[in-house]
Design a protein. Structure first.
Length: 212
């Protein structure tokens, strides 16, 4: 258990009273040890994804890990890719993996399997046409090999999003551990909210992320 109340309030823009109410109603995973609440990072990550929680802009100033997370650096590693074909979740993931740059010591099929298995457990769609495919367990150990790939799909696909909107943008995250995954996810989520990604056209979406 490596997060406390104050850590959660830095990640999520809610008051302490609201957070305590969520804990009381069991809306957020928490553990009480010696009169203090603690949170598991991996569980909070899953909870953020499942509930489409907006993260605080303060995440940009929080060092969750020793090596700073740079979205530009991650995109330089993973790239921005267009016109990804596919009519199903599995097809879109397989075609996306075939297009992106993956670490040399990994096989594309292993990445595909990890991403598809994660989707079968719980959709990574966060609504508004966006999904964050990622392995449930880290597939790399070195932060230097981490990457973020943005894939624009040829067509909208049903990723079983809670808002029922079909997905046409994938942010594929390959991180070295759950802490870094959460920081990457939080920064990308904030960027999406900042640019109102869901409210603009595909051509404008592409322009926003043409930074790699």
């Amino acid at each position: 258990m490596d997060l406390k109340l104050e850590d959660i309030m830095k990640l999520i823009p809610v008051s302490e009273n609201t957070l305590l109410q969520w804990i009381k109603e069991r809306k957020i995973p928490a553990y009480k040890l010696k009169h203090q609440y603690y949170f598991n990072r991996a569980e909070i990550e899953e909870w953020i994804l499942k509930n489409r929680i907006a993260v605080s802009k303060d995440i940009l100033n929080i060092r969750l890990t020793e090596k700073p997370v740079s979205l530009t650096g991650l995109l330089n590693q993973g790239g921005v890719h267009y016109r990804i074909a596919g009519e199903t979740v599995e097809e879109s993931i397989r075609n996306a993996v075939a297009a992106i740059r993956i670490p040399q010591d990994l096989k594309p099929e292993d990445i595909c399997t990890a991403l598809i298995q994660r989707e079968e457990m719980m959709s990574t769609a966060v609504g508004r046409g966006i999904a964050f495919p990622h392995p449930r367990c880290p597939v790399i150990a070195d932060a230097e090999s981490e990457r973020l790939s943005i894939c624009f799909l040829n067509r909208k696909i049903d990723y079983k999003a809670l808002d029922k909107e079909r997905v046409d943008v994938l942010f594929i995250i390959i991180s070295s551990n759950s802490r870094r995954h959460l920081e990457i996810l939080s920064k990308v989520s904030f960027l999406c909210h900042t640019n109102s990604l869901s409210k603009i056209g595909l051509s404008d979406r592409k322009a926003i992320f043409q930074i790699a």
